[in-house]
Ligand binder design. Structure first.
Ligand code: ADP
Length: 593
């Protein structure tokens, strides 16, 4: 069965690549749900048989009405009609429900798989992939993949069998007329096919337009401040207008093309019935004229054959439509994970958190070196401040220590262990990170702090907030620690959000603190609170900080002046001031500020 299907696949797709993707989709999905599909196929066989039977019974109905004295025949036909319709209804119901259940399960499985794959991807993946694209792939592509499976199973089984059954009825009732219609039928279908080919063209563009709508809405949600402050409402509204109009235009075109088959088919149907009426009065090739029942049965079968035939013709278009989703889905699943955990990862030792760069070289994209041959010590328990012009590579150093990216050359060690060989869990356990802007989940304040250590008690959460000078403002919130934070912490100020981030770091109790100081100016009061909170949390920890504040620089045990991916000056504040070069200029400039 499997190999039979595999040989058929090229009939459904237009390229060898699609063909192998389709095979992979079916192989991944159907065996796991084979029981449901088996029952659905059984139900489809019943649907096909009962559909053909109804066409045949139409003849019996007409003939038995002409022969109404034969009571037995009338009752027999009546019972057969009632039963056939009942079975047809039941089988249609069973088939639809079974297919939908299997389909829904497949969508759920695929979405989970896609999302889990996303979670494994490194930060690099997310900075090079548009989030609207990711959204589209996770939500939409699994649905489309399911529709492809549905179409293949339904068309191959139900529609083909129904068509065969109906043709059998036609041939049985009117062999000669059937021959005629077998010539007319394909000609009509050729016309239908031509029209559907154009539908395919239009559908190709559809995905792109939908992606654009998602992108516009998403940029509006995330960029609302910029949109308002720069009065971009008009521009955004125009973009949205354009995007929805494109989708509207395409959908209208698809509907028009798809329904363009109706006038064609209706005309042919009319001609077919007319010719049957004429032919019924004459005998063909000297045989008996056909009975009204036979003709009725033939015409019914002929008319009923149109729907399954059309769906079979459409199958390629529908599959191609869905294949766009299947391609997108597998692209995401197959995207290599650039940042992998070591195969047999080690646990980092319970050390003091000594970080060391040994001849580290790194670039985000091929070609442009961002960190060059850097050998640098971050002594345990001390604070190292990274300073220097923007673009010098300061944040990149933090990214490397957090192992959000891997260096192409050299190694980074924590307490003597190469972080590439360490498990993600043990590495992340060692390091707390406080960034420039704090991402808050739409959850309560307490839960947002607790993410640092899920098993922390309420008292520990409050204590961490207290150390971070966050307790005061949290208690002023409407529900205190149980206040729900609006999406991405919309109603907390920058300073408050930072203090929540510091509370997380306090709660985590990791020996290493990686800190990207906020450049945005906080008000004096807020800055003093943040500063005091930071002093508490950095005490005794290996702190690596991208420093923008003079106070941080003054208190650092070691200052590294970075330029163009290299440390050009290193020492304590006094040493560097005595040296009187780049750091001194920077220092004096900040002092003036
Ligand atoms: P700094 O923190 O000193 O201002 P960064 O480490 O942020 O400098 O950036 C150093 C260089 O790396 C810059 O030229 C910046 O454009 C580039 N860069 C930073 N992040 C990325 C990224 N995700 N992808 C590609 N290039 C990046």
């Amino acid at each position: 069965m499997a190999s039979l299907l595999k040989n058929w696949l090229p009939a459904f797709t237009k390229s060898a690549r699609d063909n192998s993707l389709l095979w992979r989709l079916l192989r991944d999905s159907i065996p796991e749900h084979k029981n449901r599909y088996f029952l659905a196929v059984m139900a489809m066989i019943v649907v096909a048989l009962t559909t053909a039977s109804t066409a045949w019974l139409m003849g019996e109905i007409v003939d038995s009405m002409n022969d109404s004295d034969n009571r037995a025949r009338v009752y027999w036909v009546a019972a057969a009609v009632a039963l056939t319709f009942m079975f047809k209804g039941l089988a249609s119901f069973a088939q639809a429900v079974l297919m939908a259940r299997a389909g829904n399960r497949i969508v759920a499985e695929k979405q989970t798989t896609l999302y889990n794959r996303l979670l494994k991807q490194g930060v690099g993946f997310f900075s090079t992939t548009e989030s609207s694209d990711i959204l589209m792939r996770v939500t939409n592509s699994a649905q489309r993949a399911r529709s492809v499976i549905d179409v293949i199973v339904t068309s191959v089984v139900r529609d083909s069998l129904t068509l065969i059954g109906l043709i059998a009825v036609m041939v049985y009732q009117q062999p000669v007329l059937s021959l005629v219609s077998l010539v007319v039928g394909p000609v009509a279908m050729f016309g239908v096919q031509k029209i559907l080919a154009r539908v395919r063209e239009v559908m190709k563009q559809e995905l792109k337009s939908i992606a654009e709508i998602i992108k516009v809405v998403q940029e509006t949600a995330t960029g609302v401040r910029v949109i308002k402050t720069f009065s971009l409402e008009g521009v955004m509204s125009d973009r949205m207008d354009q995007a929805v109009r494109n989708v509207e235009k395409r959908n209208n075109k698809i509907v028009r093309l798809e329904n363009a088959t109706a006038p064609l088919m209706d005309t042919i149907t009319g001609l077919a019935i007319a010719s049957v009426v004429v032919l019924s009065s004459v005998s063909l090739f000297g045989g008996q004229p056909a009975s009204p029942g036979q003709l009725m049965s033939f015409v019914t079968a002929f008319l009923m054959a149109y729907e399954p035939a059309k769906r079979l013709m459409r199958m390629r278009v529908t599959i191609e439509h869905g294949m766009a989703g299947v391609r997108m889905m597998f692209e995401l699943l197959d995207k290599p994970i650039t940042l992998l955990e070591a195969e047999n990862p080690v646990e980092l030792p319970d050390g003091p958190g000594h970080v060391k760069f040994d001849k580290v070289g790194f670039s985000y994209t091929d070609g442009k070196s961002i960190i060059r041959d850097m050998t640098l010590d971050f002594p345990a328990g001390k604070t190292t401040a990274l300073v220097g012009p923007s673009g010098g590579g300061k944040s990149t150093i933090l990214n490397l220590i957090l192992r959000l990216y891997d260096p192409q050359e050299g190694i980074i060690q924590i307490d003597g262990v190469d972080i590439k060989t360490a498990s993600f869990a043990s590495l992340r356990e060692k390091i707390s990170y406080v960034g420039q802007d704090t991402f808050l989940f739409s959850n309560t304040v307490a839960e947002n702090i607790r993410i640092a250590r899920p098993d922390a008690t309420d008292e520990e959460v409050v204590e961490a907030a207290r150390v971070a000078h966050a307790d005061e403002f949290i208690r002023d919130l409407p529900n205190g620690y149980e206040t729900k934070i609006g999406e991405n912490g919309a109603f907390l100020s920058g300073g408050q959000r930072q203090r929540l981030a510091i509370a997380r770091a306090v709660l985590k109790e990791a020996p290493i603190l990686v800190l990207d100081e906020a450049t945005s100016a906080l008000d004096a009061n807020s800055e003093a609170l943040v500063k005091s909170a930071l002093e508490r949390v950095t005490e005794g920890r290996t702190t690596i900080v991208v420093a923008h504040r003079l106070s941080t620089v003054i208190h650092a045990d070691q200052i590294c002046y970075l330029e163009d991916g290299r440390v050009v000056e290193r020492g304590t504040r006094d040493e560097l001031l005595a040296k009187g070069e780049k750091f001194k200029d920077l220092y004096e400039m900040q002092l003036l500020d």
